[in-house]
Design a protein around this ligand. Structure first.
Ligand code: SF4
Ligand code: SF4
Length: 216
């Protein structure tokens, strides 16, 4: 059957009219910033103090886009006759975000909580080489990492928080002044002070005074 002339135009106008009456879902980015979920994978932040240069993240990264350089440093023995120790010192930590596929494996495998997701995503560059973020840039991202969600009301207190709380309580106890003994004169005055008999004060006032017995 041949189509009715003008039916296509009518269908198109019907679609236009339908969508005109619905609320628009288009966000006018960048004038309107998106409301991102808290676990958005935008960029990776490095908390350098926690990094022990164990290299786990670089080894597990499927894209090989984490670059770490380090050297060993010898720490002298803490006590006479003790053993010297050695530790890794971080020289370079960089992530190439032009290769990263945002799988999150590096963050999952880090045993020392040194890597975190930040929801920041506005770091597009015109030169691809600028997408390799060095340790200073990765540290800056760290300050944009949102706070972890609150624990369930019945959850056990995290070990780190419990240890920090105990240390703070111990420090506060050490810094607070010891309770002072009352002065000898005050003690003597307190001993001389007459003590009131126990009982309800109302009962005492309700008792008849001498000479009032039998009066209506
Ligand atoms: S998110 Fe995945 S691809 Fe990106 S650096 Fe981490 S492990 Fe590598
Ligand atoms: S896994 Fe964590 S501690 Fe180990 S090198 Fe990577 S960021 Fe540092």
């Amino acid at each position: 059957m041949a189509p009715i002339p003008g039916s296509g135009l009518a269908k198109g106008l019907a679609v236009t009219l339908r969508t005109m009456t619905k609320k628009s879902v288009t966000a006018q980015y960048p004038d309107a910033q998106p409301d991102l979920p808290p676990r958005t994978r935008g960029v990776i932040g490095l908390f350098e103090e926690n990094c022990t240069v164990c290299m786990l993240c670089a080894r597990e990264c499927p894209d090989w886009c984490i670059y770490i350089d380090s050297h060993k440093e010898t720490i002298p023995a803490a006590t006479p006759g003790g053993r010297e120790r050695s530790r890794n010192v971080l020289d370079r930590f960089a992530i190439d975000f032009s290769l990263c596929m945002y799988c999150g494996i590096c963050i999952e495998v880090c045993p020392f909580d040194a890597l975190f997701w930040s929801p920041e995503f506005e770091y597009a560059e015109t030169d691809i080489r600028d997408l390799t973020h060095e340790r200073d840039k990765l540290r800056e991202w760290m300050w944009t990492v949102p706070a972890p969600p609150a624990l369930d009301p019945g959850a056990e207190e995290p070990k780190e928080l419990a240890a920090a709380r105990k240390a703070a309580e111990k420090l506060a106890a050490q810094q607070s002044p010891p309770p002072t003994e009352p002065h000898a004169d005050e003690q003597a005055r307190a001993a001389e002070r007459p003590t009131r008999p126990h009982g309800d004060s109302k009962q005492q006032t309700d008792q008849p005074k001498p000479g009032q017995e039998g009066t209506p």
